[in-house]
Design a protein around this ligand. Structure first.
Ligand code: DGY
Length: 331
């Protein structure tokens, strides 16, 4: 049975797969596959371990005649046509786990790094501009005791709140369609409307999935509600923010800054954002801790083994609707 792995991933996952002699790995370590190369490679694959930029859409599912599981090397799966997979009885599985902590730690780093202007200060030193100590340069806000507004209070949003609450005594507001009473109690967090959160937070951090509902959830109307000193952090998905509106809001000082790990048209970055000093940019690396990436490789491999070897649904199944007829679908 053939397993297509579209990019190099930590060896721990590959080792799990190679323990099974009847799995033949088509392991691509180079540049990302083009859509045409992906379609060619997936034709006879029984399983695929794709990464975020691989678009596993309807036309890909159409040629993938043997496919039984898409075991994405990510927690997000907006690059996979879930409805099409479910219609075709193909499991989609993801990699929740240590990634939660990694992404939350990155959001915290971005908050502190942007506020204390670390990237600008680093460049200043490297450019040989540090000639004397200056009481008036690189001044930023204090975060201790300020208000953190979390949009999407799932695992990652809650973990970031935990660090902000216990480390910096921040007040936590959250906006989510579902209530989270247990986390509310633990973190003394308050569930509020989106408008209230935008009007009252010093730091706003996005932790929602990308969907029709969340696309451009943060647009010009939302920037107008934010405090002039607010900073916005996005470690979720780029299209949740309208980047044109963000660039304008930053130029017009509607808000004080933005820290972005994800972009609307990744890997392209809006040219205006590249010119602004009050923006901190990282190339979609929020999950990049050794611990998270190694665990993700193991989880993706386990998802494949569950289906192809153990003839079970994958442990980290996303399209749970398939559970009722899972046995017949993989027989
Ligand atoms: C994910 O897992 O969805 C991240 O965006 C990449 O690790």
């Amino acid at each position: 049975m053939k397993v297509l792995i579209t990019r190099e991933i930590p060896q721990a996952g590959i080792n799990l797969l190679t323990e099974h002699k009847n799995l033949e790995l088509d392991y691509r370590k180079g540049a990302p596959l083009s859509p045409a190369e992906l379609k060619k490679a997936i034709k006879d694959a029984d399983a695929i371990i794709p990464v975020i930029p691989d678009q596993i859409n309807k036309s890909v599912f159409e040629v993938a005649k043997n496919l039984k599981v898409v075991a994405t090397y990510s927690v997000g799966y907006d690059n996979i046509d879930l409805d099409e997979a479910t219609k075709k009885n193909i499991y989609v599985a993801n990699t929740p786990g240590d990634l939660t902590e990694a992404v939350a730690e990155h959001a915290l780093s971005m908050m502190l790094g942007l506020g204390r202007r670390l990237a600008e200060a680093d460049k200043f030193c490297r450019d040989g501009k540090y000639k004397y100590w200056d009481p008036m340069t690189f001044i930023g806000p204090k975060f201790m005791g300020k208000t953190l507004g979390i949009i999407g209070f799932g695992r990652i949003g809650q973990f970031f709140s935990r660090m902000a609450k216990h480390g910096l005594n921040m007040k936590i507001l959250y906006y989510d369609i579902a209530p989270h009473p247990e986390a509310e109690n633990l973190l003394d967090a308050e569930k509020v409307s989106l408008d209230y959160l935008l009007q009252n937070s010093d730091v706003i951090s996005l932790h929602v999935n990308l969907s029709e509902e969340t696309k451009h959830m943060i647009d010009s109307a939302q920037f107008e509600l934010m405090k002039p000193g607010a900073i916005l952090i996005n470690t979720a998905r780029g299209p949740v923010i309208d980047e044109n509106a963000l660039a304008l809001a930053l130029k017009e000082n509607y808000i004080a800054g933005a820290a972005l790990d994800v972009f609307e048209e990744e890997p392209k970055i809006h040219p205006d954002l590249l010119k602004l000093n009050n923006v901190l940019l990282t190339p979609h690396i929020a999950s990049a801790t050794w611990e998270a990436r190694i665990q993700m490789a193991r989880m993706a491999a386990e998802n494949v083994i569950d289906v192809l070897i153990n003839k079970n649904p994958p442990k980290y199944l996303v399209n749970k609707e398939l559970l009722k007829d899972s046995v017949s679908s993989i027989a």
